[in-house]
Ligand binder design. Structure first.
Ligand code: 2NL
Length: 371
């Protein structure tokens, strides 16, 4: 009887050893140790034995059961370990594989042009000045010698806030960045060389006007500043900005309340494949003139308003749309697309996330030299 049982245990252990999967091991376990299994049946026979017989048989049968149970667990563990080994060997993680590209933003053309302006004018000794977009009517109009009756002050041209500030000034969204220059003169006095780029607002909206747009103004105050300084500075700036040496300017007399005399500046351009390309004499065949910016010698009344002595100092100033500069340099034709926030337009016209200003070698470098 016990030799037969020993044989059965040996068989079971051999079959367990040969079992090639967890399912096969489980089937063998049920055959031996399950409710109807042969070892479980043997256990039941203990109940029918005499106490003496049970005392000698019970440890033996429990021994059989323990050997089989242990063999089942060992085989299961061995098979699971082998399966894990196989997975580890086949599922290799290649850490040298390039990671998927994270989505990257791009530099907006307006931001790019602002960077370029800062770069060019830094070479000419200008600092970048900034100031509030919500202004008083004094800084935005009065200090710029704009009469109480000036049409630009009209409510249909300017965005006004309903309440006045603590000093009784009417508040508005600045219509140009000139108030930044007024504040700079008040804070720092003369001499001064600054550009003031930033957002400006006018109650205007059509194909060529957006209610928010970007402007850059420049201001130089020192002793002996004259119109020649203005012309040279604008010429040098435009040559660097458009990266061409053949920029030709035409200065026309004009009128602004804040400058006297006032000068409208045109630039010569050619039309190539339906695109305006800046450069060349506007009077040359196939060329024309385009109005690019307004400028002039700072009106002495503006210097007085800003606390600068007009007997000692003179200065020039200019103002220009940044959006317009971007359109001309990068061949964009629809101003409204600038502020639609359409990512497809940006990926077409935008610049890399870490783009540098495209200027070749700074002001004074020969055209075409540099990065
Ligand atoms: C234009 C013309 C201009 C100025 C802006 C200015 C600023 C101060 C004093 C005097 Cl603080 N002038 N700025 C001067 C002339 C023209 O802008 O057509 N802008 C788009």
């Amino acid at each position: 009887m016990s030799t037969e049982q020993e044989q059965q245990v040996t068989d079971t252990l051999e079959r367990l050893h040969a079992a090639d999967g967890v399912d096969a091991v489980e089937a063998i376990r049920v055959e031996a140790l399950g409710k109807q299994g042969w070892i479980s049946q043997l256990m039941k026979t203990l109940g029918k034995m005499s106490p003496e017989e049970r005392q000698s048989e019970a440890p033996r049968i429990q021994g059989l059961r323990a050997r089989v149970a242990e063999a089942v667990e060992d085989r299961k563990a061995a098979l699971e370990a082998a399966a894990l080994e196989e997975r580890l060997a086949s599922e290799r993680l290649d850490l040298t594989l390039p990671a998927p590209q994270a989505p990257r933003g791009t530099v907006h053309p307006v931001a790019q042009v602002m960077d370029e302006l800062a770069e060019i004018f830094a070479d000419l000794g200008f600092a970048v000045a900034t100031g509030p977009e919500i202004e008083t009517d004094w800084h935005n109009f009065t200090a710029l010698n704009m009469a109480e009756t000036h049409p630009a002050r009209a409510a249909h041209d300017t965005f006004y806030f309903p309440d006045r500030n603590a000093d009784g000034y009417q508040m508005l969204l600045r219509t140009h960045t000139s108030p930044v220059q007024i504040r700079s003169m008040q804070d720092h006095g003369a001499p001064l060389r600054i550009i003031a780029p930033g957002r400006t607002y006018r109650s205007d909206s059509d194909a060529t006007h957006t209610p928010m747009f970007h402007q850059v103004e420049g201001l130089v105050i020192d002793e002996g500043i004259h119109l020649g300084h203005l012309k040279w500075t604008l010429e040098t700036f435009l040559k660097a900005f458009f990266e061409r040496d053949d920029i030709v300017l035409r200065l026309r007399p004009s009128y602004f309340p804040f400058t006297e005399p006032s000068v409208e500046v045109d630039v010569g351009y050619a039309t190539e494949g339906g695109r305006r390309v800046v450069g060349g004499d506007g009077d040359a065949p196939g060329h024309a003139w385009m109005e690019l910016l307004g400028s002039g010698m700072v009106n002495r009344r503006v210097l007085e308003f800003a606390g600068v002595d007009p007997e000692r100092y003179s200065g020039f100033a200019f103002g220009c749309g940044i959006d317009r500069l971007a359109m001309l340099k990068y061949g964009m034709n629809d101003l409204r697309a600038f502020f639609d926030g359409d990512a497809r337009w940006l990926s077409h016209y935008g610049f890399g996330a870490v783009d540098q200003p495209t200027l070749s070698g700074g002001v004074g470098a020969p055209v075409g030299v540099g990065a």
